[in-house]
Design a protein around this ligand. Structure first.
Ligand code: ZN
Ligand code: ZN
Ligand code: FE
Length: 763
């Protein structure tokens, strides 16, 4: 008989997604013999059979691949036919130098959800039901290849029933590594803050529900860490959570059982529904409807951050019942500014002053991963935080990169490793000011390097000498004898936005970088910059005129100080009836005046974020803040989006003079124009400023592509207005689509710049 044989090597996300059973069944359908196995770099297949059937098999692989698989390459080599019987799934072949992507965690699938609520099923109401298409992945994986011994499920020995499913290639749970059932798998229980177990299994879930109904706060061990939950409709409960957590105003995320229950609280477009119900199941910011949710959930906000119950445990907790809350607050179980907690003992110790009860389980979380936060811009996802469900999916590059480590910034830290055509941008790590977060940062760098087999040849860091990440980079480079490269913060923003929009690294773009702060090589703090550049280099063409930041952080926490400092810098009087003036005591104003005149601890900044703060304070929207960017967020929320007027600004060489904006605002205040209208005018002003800068860059350098990067672009009103103006002028605005516009993108940008320069140097 005329037979042929082929060996096939597939790379991409092909482990932990039901790939081998898919190959097994496809091989049987085509009457092929041979085997399939996981390797450390993907999946290897060997087939022998009729030539037509072998070819049909190869063609069908990309077409019918499982939902969660992402194939990057398929490599086929000819072999001489061998006598084989049947088709087998054989043990993994782990070659240490190879690597492969690891699947992110996946929200519960509809099949598992059906079984969860079917009384006849042996996993009826089992909080850890999962299958090849869903369940925990990245949060439980300690090493590759993705096999059970390399996960935190290693300690659970499968019962004969689970083992049968696990070994049956026709079963939905064939080689589902976290497979478990009530007989053999993890279980839940509930404890008091003093460590007394009061109920377990179903009774524990019912007890947690009772606590929530009673207005209590329950700490819940989830997928990537702990959440603190309470009834979002119970103002007393939400107020208690705010006061115990020391979080007066920062919005809380919410969770509902299904889209129908969520609809009572927020507007859900069809693309929002799709995103909410996706395997990633992120928190999506949605327009708030008037409802009986507590105002304290997200004070002064137009949007609410909602996610769907994404694990079986969450579904059981939120199962609809008469009189039961239709939305729960589900906020990260951490102490302010510390990382989300992931271990039972640490959670009880850390949260005992906050939670009235702890719903725990014994499936360890290998790494903490926060919920991702996304908003929709032009119906497409726009990241605010990239974590669960997305990390560690690599960003695919147009060209090969060297092996390098970019350590990222201080706030909203992520780091980035590259190799081949992949950039492994880490999940959101957080603010490295916090010691625990910094420990996590170091630990995760080690894990990512190991998982993705990256041995950095160069380390890239921010220019800020005092960032913990910079210090880590310098120490590490010294210890490992590696070269380092410092990258300017806003150059990194520019590079990230251009590469994720698939531009060639040499393409020149304009960068409208409106940010909070970034270390400038001239010793000032940058953040309102118009750059021109590419991955090789940049020029700072225009920037906001610098103003003093008296006391540094003190002025970031108190926008009223920023307002007065900005007026002072432009030689404008402090109007005595202005809210920013009244928000400071006589003594504070005197010290401020003295500090400004004597230039004591007054670093200079061109930050756009600080200008938003100053304006928010002048309008009396927010004079002091309790969370990052609060003033700007509230200014956006109050702004009239239909306002068309705007204030002028003038250019003084390369410096943008905002004096006319400030005087315009003060005059409109005197004229008793509404705060909404003035805030609206201010947004239009900055959008028109962006347009003006783009026109200048076009005239001078013939640029027509403009990247919009920096934390200020989280402001959706400003983003939409600016995109409209730029497009109207025939320009191409490029916004972030794979990384956040805030500092979550910086590590990726650092990596892209270093990678480009490194390759160029080698040529
Ligand atoms: Zn499933
Ligand atoms: Zn079992
Ligand atoms: Fe930044």
């Amino acid at each position: 008989m005329n037979q042929i044989a082929r060996e096939i090597h597939i790379t991409g996300i092909v482990q932990g997604v039901g790939f081998r059973p898919f190959i097994y069944n496809l091989a049987l359908e085509n009457n092929l013999t041979g085997w399939v196995r996981n390797s450390a770099s993907g999946v290897d297949i060997s087939v022998t059979g009729d030539p037509e059937e072998v070819m049909a098999f190869i063609q069908q692989i990309p077409i019918h691949a499982p939902r969660l698989a992402q194939i990057d390459t398929i490599e086929v080599t000819e072999k001489s036919p061998q006598h084989q019987t049947g088709f087998k799934i054989v043990p993994s072949n782990n070659v240490m130098s190879d690597f492969m992507p690891v699947s992110p965690d996946v929200a519960i699938c509809s099949d598992c959800q059906t079984e969860l609520f079917s009384s006849a099923d042996r996993r009826f109401r089992y909080p850890f039901i999962n299958c090849t298409n869903c369940g925990p992945r990245f949060t439980i994986i300690a090493d590759t290849p993705y096999d059970r011994p390399n996960t935190t499920m290693a300690a659970f020995t499968m019962c004969p029933d689970c083992r049968g499913e696990y070994e049956d290639p026709t079963d939905r749970r064939f080689h589902a590594q976290p497979v478990a059932c009530p007989v053999c798998g993890p279980h839940v229980w509930i404890e008091t803050p003093s460590g007394l177990i009061t109920a377990d299994q179903e009774a524990a879930i019912q007890s947690a529900r009772q606590h929530l109904t009673d207005g209590k706060i329950v700490a819940i061990k989830g997928l990537g860490g702990f959440h603190l939950a309470c009834d979002a409709g119970n103002t007393a409960a939400v107020a208690m959570l705010r006061s115990r957590k020391g979080r007066p105003a920062k919005p809380f995320a919410l969770m509902s059982f299904d889209i129908a229950s969520m609809r009572q609280f927020v507007e859900i477009s069809s693309s929002a529904e799709q995103l909410l119900s996706s395997p990633q199941a992120p928190i999506v910011l949605l327009p708030k409807r008037s409802s009986d949710l507590s105002e304290l959930v997200a004070p002064q906000q137009k949007n609410l951050g909602f996610m769907l119950a994404y694990t079986p445990l969450h579904l059981l907790l939120l199962e609809p019942a008469e009189g039961y809350p239709k939305a729960l607050v589900m906020t990260s179980g951490n102490l302010t500014d510390e990382p989300i907690l992931r271990e039972n003992d640490a959670a009880i110790e850390g949260l005992s002053g906050i939670a009235d009860a702890f719903l725990l389980h014994d499936r360890p979380i290998y790494r903490r991963v926060d919920d991702s936060v996304i908003t929709l811009v032009e119906d497409q996802p726009y990241f605010l935080r990239r974590a669960r469900g997305y990390a560690p999916n690599p960003i695919r590059l147009g060209q090969s990169a060297p092996q390098l480590l970019a350590v990222g910034p201080q706030m909203k830290n992520t780091f980035c490793l590259t190799r081949d055509r992949y950039a492994f941008l880490s999940h959101h790590i957080g603010d490295l000011d916090d010691w625990e977060t910094f420990q996590d940062f170091q630990r995760e760098i080690d894990h990512y390097q190991h998982l993705f087999r990256v041995k950095p040849e160069i380390i890239v860091h921010d220019l800020h000498p005092d960032y913990a990440s910079t210090r880590y980079a310098l120490l590490r480079a010294k210890a490992d004898n590696l070269p380092v490269l410092g990258v300017q913060h806003h150059h990194a923003h520019l590079a990230a936005a251009m590469i994720e929009n698939h531009l060639d690294p040499e393409t020149m773009v304009g960068g409208l970088i409106f940010d909070g702060s970034g270390y400038g090589p001239d010793g000032t703090i940058w953040g309102g910059e118009a750059l021109a550049g590419n991955c090789d280099s940049y020029q700072r063409k225009y920037h906001l005129k610098t103003v003093p930041l008296p006391g540094g952080d003190a002025s970031i926490r108190k926008p009223a100080r920023m307002a007065l400092s900005t007026l002072w810098a432009y030689g404008l009087d402090w109007p005595q009836s202005n809210p920013a003036y009244l928000a400071l005591s006589q003594q504070e104003r005197e010290i401020l005046q003295f500090q400004l005149n004597a230039q004591i601890n007054t670093p200079q900044t061109s930050s756009m974020g600080r200008l938003f703060d100053a304006v928010a304070a002048l309008l009396g929207v927010r004079e002091s803040i309790s969370y990052e960017a609060q003033a700007a967020i509230e200014l956006e929320a109050i702004a009239d989006p239909h306002e068309k007027e705007y204030y002028p600004c003038v250019l003084d060489g390369s410096a943008i003079d905002v004096a006319p904006i400030l005087s315009g605002i003060l005059k409109d205040l005197d004229d008793r124009l509404s705060i909404a209208a003035i805030a609206g005018r201010f947004h239009q002003t900055i959008a028109h400023l962006a347009l003006d800068l783009a026109i200048r860059l076009h005239r001078e350098l013939h640029l027509s592509r403009f990247v919009l990067s920096g934390g200020v672009w989280q402001n959706q009103l400003l983003l939409k207005q600016t995109m409209f103006l730029l497009e109207n002028e025939g320009f191409i605005p490029l916004i972030h689509r794979q990384t956040p516009p805030n500092d979550g993108c910086v590590a990726f940008g650092q990596a892209m710049i270093a990678s480009y320069r490194y390759q160029k140097q080698k040529e």
